[in-house]
Design a protein around this ligand. Structure first.
Ligand code: AMP
Ligand code: MG
Length: 489
């Protein structure tokens, strides 16, 4: 690998000639150029990611704008749309694929090898009924949330930039187009495996995908069962992190599940305001399949779909093979429970481990549910019980709980000021609430990205006090309850 100095002054990324899936052969997708957008212009950028990738200087070039708009293909790059399949809302959906995304290729960065993808770059062979485009509204949401989740310490794909265009895009109304530059070590999905198992029924390709994936992304792991177990553990930890910050993904279809355990495909996501475990952030999700409280079991369901896809690769009689894969999924439950209880302990500022900790946290969550306490604000205030108390209607119940909590703190001689610092590092003050995104979007739709960039800066430091930005940490305004986010993006 090159020295970091070379990266920091890089004027053009060193594209590899083919991305991971592309190199596996034509069964894995299609090479095609992006479709140009009219009058591309810079919308938003993540300066922090640009630094991490060593692309600061390049982003100031005209080439960067043209490349990230999809209007120019760098020499040596063969953009590529991958094919995958998946289960949507629990139902087998057959073949899907990168319907509006293109892999530009891989680059070496100071942060390791990264795949760079354009989202919204036009029709591909997998666009089905879609137009291959993304609207500005959803692109700003994906951009901000990718970077916000990263700052929260939650594994995620990243977003480097949003390019805008006046080109009209029809959704419920006419909106305008945007292209998001997404970056991740890999955009591999459960659905890539499901595709070769069920749609293509190509066991050789499935085997090839398994071997290449383990070799490249899971060193030290070999075989379908071992891979499945590792993916199950990563997914368990990821979903626990979502639960701990009140993040609802909104469309946990198997094609939106990252094999690497990253948060991927930001659509109708949302952060909880008033705590309601059955909160459904996706307006199109009538059944509430992807409600906040259901995310852990839905992820487990999705892992079963991945297991089903890996089944043809397990040697021996089918029944024994199934058992082997089911056994590989088993650690999910304990891994999730452990991540939750340890995360809740940290949110409560506890250092030692006691058997009653889970019940203590659970009872607080129950009380928050009964009183519809604001998820983020209540947790943030927990280091100051008098302030937290104001979040509850049933003050007597809260006082009873607080007494138990104080007794628990006394058991480990918890120091108030040290605990406060720990808790502020575990309970974010700033998350991307829908109404914050909405304000940024409305400005962006008028060509003004200053609010998007300002909000990005706030969200890059979610655990800091930032006294000048109190408004971004406040209770949502009344109009926020009327905001609807659907799958249309
Ligand atoms: P999603 O639910 O957004 O993850 O999308 C499911 C599938 O539909 C994926 O294969 C997407 O690539 C595809 N898709 C979504 N929106 C569009 C669009 N506007 N044009 C083409 N394909 C799309
Ligand atoms: Mg998707």
């Amino acid at each position: 690998m090159n020295a970091p100095e070379t990266f920091s002054s890089r004027l053009t990324p060193a594209w590899r000639d083919a991305g991971f899936l592309q190199a596996l052969g034509p069964a894995f997708g299609t090479e095609l150029p992006p479709r140009a957008v009219s009058e591309p212009a810079w919308g938003a950028r993540s300066p922090a990611l640009a630094v991490e990738l060593g692309l600061v200087d390049w982003l100031d070039t005209r080439e960067a704008l043209a490349v990230l708009a999809g209007n120019q293909v760098p020499s040596g790059v063969r953009p590529f749309a991958s094919v995958y399949s998946g289960h949507q809302f629990g139902v087998w959906a057959g073949q899907l694929g990168d319907g509006r995304a293109l892999m530009l290729g891989e680059i070496d960065t100071p942060a390791g090898a990264m795949e760079v993808q354009l989202k919204g770059s036009g029709l591909t062979p997998y666009s089905r009924m879609g137009d291959g485009r993304a609207v500005l509204r959803s692109s700003v949401r994906e951009f901000l949330c990718s970077e916000a989740m990263h700052a929260l310490g939650i594994p995620t794909t990243r977003a480097l930039a949003v390019i805008t265009s006046p080109q009209p895009v029809r959704r419920e109304t006419i909106e305008t187009a945007a292209v998001v530059t997404r970056v991740a070590p890999s955009f591999l999905r459960f659905g890539h495996f499901e595709h070769f198992a069920h749609t293509a029924q190509d066991t050789a390709a499935l085997q090839q995908l398994l071997e290449a994936t383990t070799q490249r992304y899971f060193p030290g792991i070999s075989g379908p069962a071992a891979l499945l177990e590792e993916v199950a553990r990563r997914t368990a930890r990821l979903v626990a992190q979502w639960q701990l910050v009140g993040f609802c993904h909104g469309v946990m279809n198997t094609d939106n599940m990252s094999l690497l355990g990253l948060t991927i495909d930001y659509g109708p996501f949302g952060f909880l305001d008033a705590f309601d475990p059955m909160h459904v952030c996706n307006h199109s999700d009538d059944q509430g399949r992807y409600a906040y409280a259901r995310q852990p079991s839905v992820a487990f369901w999705n892992l079963h779909a991945l297991a089903q896809a890996l089944l043809p690769l397990v040697d021996g009689p089918k029944e024994a093979a199934s058992e082997q894969l089911l056994a590989a999924l088993e650690p999910y439950k304990a891994e999730f429970a452990a991540a939750m209880v340890s995360g809740l302990r940290t949110k409560l500022g506890l250092v030692a481990e006691h058997d009653d900790d889970a019940a203590l946290a659970d009872d607080l969550l129950k009380l928050m549910t009964e009183d519809r306490a604001d998820f983020t604000i209540t947790w943030r205030r927990m280091s100051d019980l008098a302030a937290a108390r104001d979040c509850f209607l049933q003050r007597d119940k809260f006082d009873a709980w607080a007494e138990r909590y104080r007794a628990r703190l006394a058991l480990e001689n918890s120091d108030d000021s040290e605990r406060r610092i720990r808790m502020h590092r575990a309970n974010p003050k700033f998350v991307l609430r829908n109404h914050l995104a909405q304000t940024a979007i409305e400005r962006a739709q008028h060509g003004d990205f200053s609010e998007t960039q300002r909000l990005l800066k706030v969200l890059e430091h979610p655990f800091d006090e930032q006294p000048h930005n109190e408004a971004d940490a406040a209770f949502p305004p009344a109009w926020a309850t009327q905001l609807e986010v659907s799958c249309s993006s």
